[in-house]
Design a protein around this ligand. Structure first.
Ligand code: ZN
Length: 576
């Protein structure tokens, strides 16, 4: 099972997230504070409510996500409605996966009519603030590490001991698609199809109904096989069918995918859905990048013998506008792009699909990235901060995860991987690689004529603005740490400079290009040699935040940290 941060598998969350308080199609961030109501809710719940709830809510910019009805014929609109209803069930499934007390708490909040609190709860899928290290904002209970995938009182050691004593249970216990429960005298693995039979059956029914209506055969095939997987817990064939969906406008990704909510073992997959409308023309245009994979590998600034020219995975690119998201992906930070499936057998056979959520990227650019640029970049360079540069760098970042060293043979003949050799520095190193090699490839594709020359300056300045967005979340995360390294390196090489009078930053274009190549070379060399010591030194030398950056970040107080979508489709087809 993949990780969003690892090379081959990465959806990494380049730009983080958000979630919707989809409850009643209302937007939590639109509500004005009313301390009295919140106090009443606290009393009804018998729990304390965080005093700074308003500030927590204000961290999210409300964004309305519309449906491009004009692009869809009558039949596609009918398909869309069924698929929305199936996707909405992922909300219910994920709510149960996060914590056993969630449904009860939601009902109490709804009964009490405090829409702000209920909305913030819905946005976080539970009483823990995902943007602030999961601090509880209702009550004081810490978020359970194992979510509701394991018995609340079970420790990691207990599970490990059980598997050691019952090796025949190992596969079922470590499966992505079972929950662990207490049974007479011990532990037992219950398949998702049984644990969530009712909700999964309902979702499967909507998907089969949509398949019967759908004119696109490849989509219908996927919907039927995924519906069957909900009943069998065997997702392989439906992952294969998902890779083959083509020629469609209405697009659905649905199922149990990522394992991060299981913070105890990363075994258990969380339910989620992305319901989208594809842009066939833009998808086709960017799909041309597939032809560049080997060329980009050849062009990397590293020794030829370390280049991996046999990666021939046929990875399609899809540009879509999201019209609804459900479950895991909607909790906390909103996803910009994803790369699925995670099943290595499918990736071997068919590669993986990169899906770019264009309207979400646009919303974050407008509401977060550009406002940040206005506060910290020199006025004469603001015109170079563009959506095109932002969007294409996100795509090239994802691409670049798949470039460079992966499997290694050390000098003594040991077969290993970059991941194993770089140990706990791997995630930061890999994210820094994706970012800087992504930028390096941007220049390459401009030189080769794939992208317009005007993007050369735009990507340089937009990349700098993106740094300030990323490090706001701290330098401990892989993305934040990676960005800090890049910024300090670029600054050292004279690529970034601060005006002492205004404190605003600007890019020296010639030096920026040179520095990008220099840092890409250093990071790729570390990976090619599996050099843990050099990786550690790179982080120590460049990973710290200086006072200059801290001062710049202090100017961003009023800029939201993420967006919270309210979905038009939810209002049209209100479930209640
Ligand atoms: Zn990444």
């Amino acid at each position: 099972m993949g990780t969003r941060k690892s090379a081959a598998l990465g959806i990494c969350f380049l730009a983080l997230i958000c979630a919707a308080c989809a409850q009643k199609g209302e937007n939590v961030a639109d509500k004005k504070g009313d301390g009295k109501v919140t106090a009443d809710a606290a009393a009804a719940l018998g729990m304390e409510i965080a005093a700074d709830l308003d500030a927590r809510i204000a961290a999210y910019a409300p964004v309305e996500i519309k449906v491009p009805w004009e692009l869809l014929d009558e039949n596609e609109q009918k398909v869309l409605e069924k698929l929305y209803r199936a996707s909405k069930i992922m909300d219910e499934l994920f709510l149960r996966q996060v914590w056993s007390g969630n449904v009860d708490m939601r009902d109490k909040l709804a009964a009490h009519g405090d829409a702000r609190l209920a909305g913030f709860f819905a946005l976080n899928f539970g009483p823990w603030d995902r943007l602030n290290e999961n601090q509880p904002f209702i009550g004081t209970m810490p978020k359970p590490d194992g979510a509701d995938f394991y018995p609340a009182d079970m420790t990691a050691a207990e599970l490990e001991a059980w598997i050691a004593a019952h090796p025949e249970d190992k596969a079922a216990f470590q499966s992505n698609f079972t929950v662990i429960r207490r049974a007479e005298g011990g532990l037992t693995a219950v398949p998702y199809s049984k644990e969530y039979a009712g909700l999964l059956g309902e979702a499967a029914r909507y998907m089969n109904e949509a398949a019967d209506l759908a004119a696109n055969e490849s989509l219908a095939k996927f919907l039927r096989s995924r519906a069957a997987a909900f009943m069998s817990d065997d997702y392989y064939q439906s992952d294969m069918d998902w890779m083959d969906v083509t020629g469609n406008l209405v697009d659905l990704t649905i199922g149990p995918y990522e394992v991060y909510e299981d913070n105890m073992f990363n075994y258990k997959a969380a339910f989620e859905a992305f319901l989208c409308v594809r842009d066939p023309e833009e998808s086709k245009k960017l799909d041309g990048l597939k032809g560049y994979l080997v060329k980009m590998e050849k062009n990397l600034p590293m020794d030829d013998r370390h280049k991996n020219l046999n990666r021939g995975s046929d990875s399609p690119i899809s540009v879509v506008d999201e019209i609804f998201s459900g479950g895991d992906t909607k909790a906390g930070v909103q996803t910009l792009a994803f790369n699925l499936p995670n099943d290595e057998r499918v990736r071997e056979a068919k590669g993986s699909k990169k899906v770019m959520l264009r309207n979400i990227c646009h919303a974050k650019f407008d509401r977060i990235l550009y406002p940040i640029a206005e506060r910290v970049l020199a006025k004469d360079q603001l015109g170079y901060v563009t959506f095109d540069a932002y969007f294409n760098h996100i795509l090239l970042h994802e691409f670049s995860h798949g470039l460079g060293p992966g499997k290694l043979t050390l000098a003594d003949g040991t077969e290993t991987t970059v991941n194993l050799e770089l140990k706990n520095t791997y995630s930061i190193n890999e994210e820094a690689k994706a970012d800087i090699v992504g930028e390096y490839n941007f220049y390459y594709l401009i030189d080769d004529g794939f992208f317009d020359r005007k993007l050369e300056k735009e990507t340089a300045v937009t990349f700098l603005a993106g740094f300030f967005r990323s490090v706001r979340f701290g330098t401990d995360s892989a993305h934040g740490g990676a960005n800090m390294i890049i910024f300090n390196y670029m600054k050292e090489k004279g690529a970034y400079a601060q005006d002492p009078a205004t404190g605003l930053w600007s890019v020296d274009f010639a030096k920026a290009r040179e520095a990008v190549t220099g840092l890409a070379r250093e990071i790729l060399a570390i990976q090619a040699l599996g050099d843990f010591k050099a990786s550690t030194e790179l982080i120590e030398k460049y990973g710290k935040m200086g006072d200059d950056v801290r001062e710049s970040l202090s100017r961003l107080g009023d800029v939201p940290k993420d967006i919270v979508p309210s979905f038009e489709i939810e209002k049209r087809y209100a479930v209640n």
